[in-house]
Design a protein around this ligand. Structure first.
Ligand SMILES: Cc1cc2nc3c(=O)[nH]c(=O)nc-3n(C[C@H](O)[C@H](O)[C@H](O)COP(=O)(O)O)c2cc1C
Length: 292
């Protein structure tokens, strides 16, 4: 009996001292990072879940309540009005022409975007078209201007606003359910900080607005468990493509950005880097028309 207790104690000590990488309950330090993995291990992410999908039991199947479709914000917070989707008149260009001329644009003019143009870009990338409710008052599903596996829409949009008429420079969050902007913070040196985060790709800070998309993976994990993550990465591309085309159609442009420091951008927009973290970003602004 005594021997058994000693064995359990020793096993616990070993586990504390040398946690197994990726083991549930391990500390953050035990999570493997990409630089520790072989290419083959990294390919696992691109392949997605390889087991039998029927064996996965999601929190939805466990009858846990779904997470909210939008991150909460303090009651009474001041929200900035945007132009409602059905009143937007900009961006009426030929889709064929916009697809034909789409480019990654890195040279922005000093021209300000109007509130309507910003409203259009936000609606095009994450705007809600429809919310279908259940009898008990909970959301059954909702649809946006971009596709999303299972209509889970696991993203929040943060903006670094530099040049938008009537909106003071600073960091904001899009509130899609109300189609409004929530002020997050302002301060000196946000543009320089942004550029530094993007490894000194200075055109990022020279834009009128930087779209910064964070994911809350649990929104998709709740339904799809381990199938969620490849799905989330794919969805981010849809969002950014809509930004490219929408920006193009208002005489502007955008440029997808992979080159940023993860921990710094999470801190910049004020997310915890665990439940929610930045996955993609893109500056947008007006472009000299001769560039096109
Ligand atoms: C996922 C992704 C990440 C990218 N990251 C960057 C980046 O960090 N910096 C940059 O200048 N361009 C970036 N680009 C833009 C590409 O360089 C650009 O798409 C490519 O040069 C082709 O040009 P085009 O988009 O005009 O056709 C990225 C594009 C994609 C799709």
């Amino acid at each position: 009996m005594k021997k058994g207790l000693i064995a359990v104690f020793l096993a616990a000590l070993i586990l504390i001292a040398c946690p197994v990488p990726g083991m549930t309950g391990g500390t953050a330090d035990t999570i493997m990072t990409l630089d520790e993995m072989s290419m083959e291990q990294i390919h696992v992410f691109l392949k997605g879940f390889m087991g039998d999908w029927d064996d996965l039991v999601s929190d939805q199947e466990r009858k846990l309540p779904p997470p909210p479709i939008q991150k909460e914000y303090p009651e009474g917070a001041e929200l900035i009005d945007l132009v409602p989707a059905d009143e937007i008149t900009v961006g009426d260009a030929s889709l064929r022409k916009m697809i034909g001329q789409r480019r990654s644009r890195r040279k922005y003019t000093d021209e300000y975007l109007t509130n309507e143009e910003l409203s259009f870009l936000l609606w095009s990338t994450q705007g809600i078209q429809k919310i279908v409710m259940r009898d008990d008052g909970r959301v059954r599903y909702h649809l946006r201007t971009v596709p999303s596996g299972g209509a889970r829409h696991p993203f929040e949009t943060y903006l670094l606003i530099n040049k938008v008429e009537g909106i003071k420079p600073g960091i904001y969050r899009y509130i899609p359910v109300k189609h409004k902007l929530l002020f997050v913070r302002t301060g000196e040196g946000l543009v320089d900080e942004m550029n530094e985060i993007c490894y000194n790709q200075k055109f990022v800070g020279n834009s009128a607005v930087v779209f910064i998309w964070a994911t809350i993976p649990y929104r998709t994990e709740w339904r799809y468990s381990k199938v969620a993550h490849k799905d989330i990465a794919m969805e981010a591309g849809h969002i950014c493509q809509n930004l490219y085309l929408a920006a193009e159609s208002i005489g502007g442009g955008a440029c997808a950005i992979l080159g940023y420091d993860q921990a710094s951008i999470d801190q910049f927009v004020g997310v915890d880097g665990k439940e929610e973290f930045v996955i993609y970003l893109s500056p947008a602004g007006k472009i000299e028309q001769k560039e096109k």
